[in-house]
Every structure is written in structure tokens, then in C-alpha cells.
Design a protein around this ligand. Structure first.
Ligand code: MG
Ligand code: ZN
Length: 387
């Protein structure tokens, strides 16, 4: 009888929670870096002018730790690990303990829980005002930077309101009236008359609205406009030589947005850390962590110099159920184990640097992060529904 019950329980568990994958891979452990970056200090609280919000999609502790071991060694530190304030984020959505990136980003952008797939709308599909929109209303400059299509769930949730994340044609269209000064990422096809279902020449519309259109890293380098639509790939960035990396994108964004005396709000996403998790591809993951961490360094350098900039870094969820499993016999490599090809409900790290960084300590709900950023920018009354 006991065996039967056990078999029944095993059957039940495997029916409900069968991992999609059980993949083991290994990574080479790097020699310790020569110059370990310093931990950044806490800085005195004062009014915040600028916010740089960094989202590593699918970036849990294991993703950061494996990146550190493979890139800078056991004693090294990634730049994100120098941020003085750390906390944790609980990531569940309104309809699922395992969030997707749309509801995960909407929790940050609007400060409310919504259903998986929702972009800037509440569970009743009523649009909710985002931190970025509030910043625009108060005269701040704003920017969205991603390594996915710029119309993907994470960036979309900061500037548009649609019922489903798959509506990327609509999202691209809605960006036109968002007031966002700088869009940099992939997703050319959602703006192009050749690919859009409605055959609308959205590229032309953005040009008419004053945006300079950029297609390559040279275009980005040579751009002179203060309004940019950079679309460096048809969909997600492919890491082609002609594309800019995240550092090049964030440095350009910062150079434009920081011209505004009233301040700015900038969201940068390391989008493909999540995609590497979905594919259980550790080398892909390491490349993406490296790219993201370089953008983190650029953000922290800017904030240190500026003194009125808050940098907040977190993830929307963990992807892949990644674990650091065991050091292999040779001693120079580490076994990685993936338990799923989807997201997990494991809480994710939260880091902050700059004035009021300490407000991001502790175990927080994802919605708290959105509320707090809004409050620190002097934007009150979250969440706000647009009736
Ligand atoms: Mg994303
Ligand atoms: Zn994902």
C-alpha cells in the first residue's frame, strides 16, 4: 500500500511538475581577475534627478554567480556585485506563481500585479500609468534600451498598454506617441511596411516625428539627433559585427538624456540572458552576462560622477532553474545543471547604488520597486489607472 501511495505521489508530481529539461553543462572557471573592482560606498541621501533601471531578464543568483566564476574567477567581482545595497524580489504575478516577463515588467513599470502576458494593463485590462510616462509628464527625458526587439515584453511594459505581449505591431505603433527620446535595440520588422500586417511605414512616421533612424553601430556612433530610433536587427540582436553592444547603446543614451536639466529615466534590459536560460545554453548565458555587466559598469560610472543618479538593478524572474552543481575532478571547471526550459519562482536579487539606495534593502515584492522608484522621482499616487 505504501509503495502504491508513493507511486501515486511520484506520478502526480511528474504529471504536474515534470521538468522540460534536465541538462548538465560545464563552464571553465576563470583565473582571478588582476584588478578586483572596489565595492561602491553608500552615498548620502539627497533628491534624485535621474534613475537608471537595469533589468537582467531571467537573471537569478546562479546566473550572476556562474558569470562571475567564468568571467572574473572565484575571488573576482562583476560590476553588478559592487553595488552596495542588496535585497530580494518576490516575482509572482496576479494569476501565476511563475511570472512571465510582461507581468514582471508591468509590476515594475506600473507598481501593480497583473496576469502573465499583460503589457501595462491591470488584471481587468485597464491601462496603468508607468514610471516612464509619469517621468515624461514631468518633463524628464526617457529612454528604452534592450537587446531583444525594442517592442518585446520588458521594454514595451514601460511605454505602452496592450492586452497581450505578442501584439508587437501595435506596441511599435504606440511608441510613436510615447514621447520617449531614445529607443535602442532590435525589432526593425515591427516598424517596417514590408513586415507589418497593416503595411504601415512606421519608420517614415518616426522620421516625420523627428527621430533619427539608426541601423548599425556606425549609425549610432555618428548620430547627432537627440531623438533616436535604433533598430539594429530584424528581431533580437544577433551579435553581428555591425550591431552595437549594450555599452555602446547605454553610453549614447546617457549622453543624450543627461542633457535634460530636469533629469531622466532610462531602462536598459539584458534581454537575452533569459533566452540563454530558455535554451539551457551556458556559453550564450556567459556572453550575455558579460555584455550586460559592461552596461552596468557604464551606469555606475555615470552615477558616481553625477551624484544625483540612482541605479537600480534587478530581474523579472529566474529562467532555467539553473544551479551550480559541482566542481569537476580536474578542478578548473564547474558543472551547471538546468531543471527547466522555462521561468522559475525563485526570488531574484535586487541591487542599488546612489542616493536613497538603502530603500531597496530587504525582501520586497516586485511592485514595491516600481512604487519606490516613482516616489523617489517625486511621482506619487501609484498605482494609477488610466480610465
Ligand atoms: Mg524581456
Ligand atoms: Zn523568458
Amino acid at each position: 500500500m505504501r509503495i502504491l501511495i508513493s507511486l501515486f505521489i511520484i506520478g502526480l508530481v511528474s504529471a504536474c511538475q515534470q521538468p522540460e529539461t534536465n541538462v548538465t553543462e560545464s563552464i571553465a572557471i576563470a583565473d582571478n581577475q588582476q584588478q578586483i573592482p572596489e565595492h561602491l560606498p553608500l552615498v548620502e541621501d539627497r533628491d534624485i534627478k535621474n534613475v537608471i533601471f537595469l533589468i537582467g531578464d531571467g537573471t537569478g543568483l546562479a546566473q550572476i554567480a556562474s558569470g562571475q566564476l567564468a568571467l572574473v574567477g572565484p575571488d573576482g567581482l562583476l560590476h553588478m556585485q559592487t553595488m552596495p545595497v542588496t535585497g530580494f524580489v518576490k516575482t509572482h504575478s496576479s494569476d501565476n506563481l511563475i511570472t512571465d516577463s510582461a507581468s514582471g515588467a508591468t509590476a515594475y513599470s506600473c507598481g501593480l500585479k497583473t496576469y502573465n502576458g499583460a503589457i501595462g494593463v491591470n488584471p481587468e485590462q485597464i491601462p496603468c500609468k508607468t514610471i516612464l510616462e509619469l517621468a515624461e509628464e514631468q518633463g524628464l527625458s526617457t529612454g528604452l534600451v534592450s537587446t531583444s526587439s525594442i517592442t518585446h515584453a520588458t521594454p514595451a511594459s514601460f511605454a505602452t498598454h496592450v492586452e497581450q505581449r505578442s501584439m508587437e505591431d501595435e506596441i511599435a505603433y504606440d511608441f510613436l506617441d510615447s514621447g520617449v527620446e531614445v529607443f535602442l535595440g532590435g525589432g526593425f520588422e515591427y516598424f517596417s511596411e514590408q513586415h507589418r500586417a497593416d503595411s504601415l511605414d512606421l519608420i517614415g512616421e518616426f522620421e516625420d516625428a523627428g527621430y533619427q533612424i539608426l541601423r548599425t553601430k556606425d549609425d549610432l556612433q555618428n548620430s547627432t539627433s537627440n531623438q533616436l530610433l535604433g533598430l539594429f536587427a530584424d528581431d533580437g540582436l544577433e551579435r553581428a559585427d555591425t550591431e552595437p553592444n549594450s555599452v555602446a547603446m547605454i553610453e549614447k543614451a546617457l549622453s543624450i538624456l543627461s542633457k535634460n536639466e530636469d533629469g531622466f529615466f532610462l531602462m536598459l534590459e539584458g534581454s537575452q540572458i533569459d533566452w540563454a536560460g530558455h535554451g539551457n545554453q551556458v556559453q550564450y548565458l556567459l556572453n550575455e552576462i558579460k555584455d550586460f555587466d559592461a552596461a552596468v559598469k557604464a551606469s555606475l560610472d555615470f552615477a558616481q560622477e553625477d551624484g544625483e543618479t540612482l541605479v537600480v538593478l534587478t530581474a523579472d524572474h529566474e529562467t532555467g532553474g539553473m544551479t551550480l552543481q559541482r566542481q569537476l575532478a580536474e578542478g578548473d571547471s564547474l558543472e551547471i545543471f538546468w531543471t527547466t526550459g522555462y521561468h522559475t519562482g525563485t526570488p531574484v536579487p535586487l541591487m542599488a547604488y546612489g542616493p536613497h539606495a538603502t530603500e531597496f534593502m530587504g525582501w520586497r515584492d516586485n511592485t514595491y520597486v516600481g512604487h519606490k522608484i516613482a516616489e523617489l522621482l517625486g511621482l506619487n499616487g501609484f498605482p494609477i489607472l488610466i480610465q
